[in-house]
Design a protein around this ligand. Structure first.
Ligand code: SF4
Length: 366
């Protein structure tokens, strides 16, 4: 991974705000007419980062355009940003370029345009194929749109299609989740990401469901998903991510396996060497001449431990010889209670361990 670099481009605009979402995004109407300014600010940030972190000779091997909702912005605007990034860093050696799409926006012509721009993979925010769940989540699409959008994506991108599914909603029964999984598997796509609903402060759900607790049902739902997906030939490669072998997201693996990446746009994170930083989540300040960052320079041991904890989220685990000395006893305790197992000289989370990954991480880091 030495010279490689990944780029994340944040598009912080959505048509409307979903009641459970705490990502940094603004309603699209706020953004109308801002494209030229946004592009200028993104490129200014890119120039600053190239200069400050000496990135000019790095090899970009993945690009991820996420949000927000990248599919709401004008495709010519995206084309001009991609072209500019190519001009600065060169995208000719790129192995994977993903764009996140809202099923309500998907059209064949749009997908073909993305293909022409060099996009190799799409990630669809399906969330569910159940109309009741979609309505509760305040999504712009219904189950019919979701199915039609997956069909169109498959037509243009083959099995380089990922969908997000969400589980553990208020009142959701196991059978509803099972139907979502069955439907997803019937579509023969390469990648599925699964998220348990968490109630985040600052969202409408936070006020509405303040005493909500889905821990038990979410654990049962995750176990069901693991059983169904693995029986169908999809394997977990990170706690929330399952794929057909060979269809893992290279870009996301870089986050978990410790490669350098830069994030462009307000709220986007970067990690270069030992320095981790994010752009202030504020569009107005982003558009101003000088970027504002929140920055952490991590001591070597802290960086090592954080890197190992992230690795442990993946099926690749941690090499036994790479375990920090003061972790050995705690890892052995987790092995004893069945949360971690030894596989091919590595420590890897068991299915039970995946359910308690946050507890394991905080035990190891602190
Ligand atoms: S479309 Fe996605 S990013 Fe936008 S508000 Fe909804 S969940 Fe959040």
């Amino acid at each position: 991974m030495g010279n490689d670099l990944s780029i994340y481009l944040h598009i912080p605009f959505c048509r409307s705000k979903c009641p459970y979402c705490n990502f940094y995004s603004l309603e699209y109407s706020v953004a109308a007419g801002l494209w030229a300014d946004y592009k200028a600010a993104v490129l200014r940030q890119l120039e600053e980062l190239i200069y400050e972190y000496d990135l000019a000779h790095r090899t970009v091997n993945s690009l991820y355009i996420g949000g927000g909702t990248p599919s709401v912005v004008d495709v010519d605007f995206l084309a001009s940003i991609i072209e500019a990034i190519d001009g600065y860093l060169g995208l000719d050696l790129i192995q994977e370029a993903t764009i996140e799409l809202n099923p309500a926006d998907v059209r064949l012509e749009l997908l073909r345009r993305y293909r022409e721009l060099g996009i190799t993979r799409v990630s669809l925010g399906v969330q569910s194929f159940n109309d009741g769940k979609l309505e509760l989540l305040g999504r712009r699409h219904n189950s019919r749109d979701a199915l039609a959008s997956v069909d169109m994506c498959r037509e243009v991108f083959g099995d380089d299609v990922s969908i997000d599914l969400i589980f553990g909603l208020p009142g959701e029964e196991l059978s509803i989740w099972e139907a979502d999984l069955d439907m997803a598997l019937s579509l023969k796509i390469g990648h599925i990401s699964l998220y348990s609903l968490t109630i985040e402060s600052g969202t409408l759900f936070y006020d509405k469901y303040s005493n909500f607790d889905n821990d038990q049902i979410s654990s049962r739902m995750y176990i069901l998903a693991d059983n169904l997906l693995s029986s169908a030939g999809m394997q977990w490669y990170e706690i929330s991510n399952f794929s057909v072998p060979g269809k893992e997201s290279l870009h996301n693996l870089r986050y978990w396996l410790g490669g350098d990446f830069i994030g462009l746009g307000p709220s986007a994170w970067s990690y270069v060497g030992d320095i981790r930083f994010s752009v202030k989540p504020d569009l107005n300040s982003f558009l101003r001449a000088r970027m504002e960052y929140e920055k952490d320079i991590l001591p070597a041991l802290r960086r090592l431990k954080e890197a190992r904890v992230l690795q442990l989220r993946t099926r690749y685990g941690i090499d036994k010889g790479a375990v920090p000395d003061d972790w050995v006893d705690r890892i052995m305790d987790f092995v004893k209670i069945g949360w971690i197992e030894e596989v091919d000289n590595k420590y890897v989370l068991t299915l039970q361990g995946r359910l308690f990954s946050d507890e394991i991480a905080s035990e190891l880091i602190y």
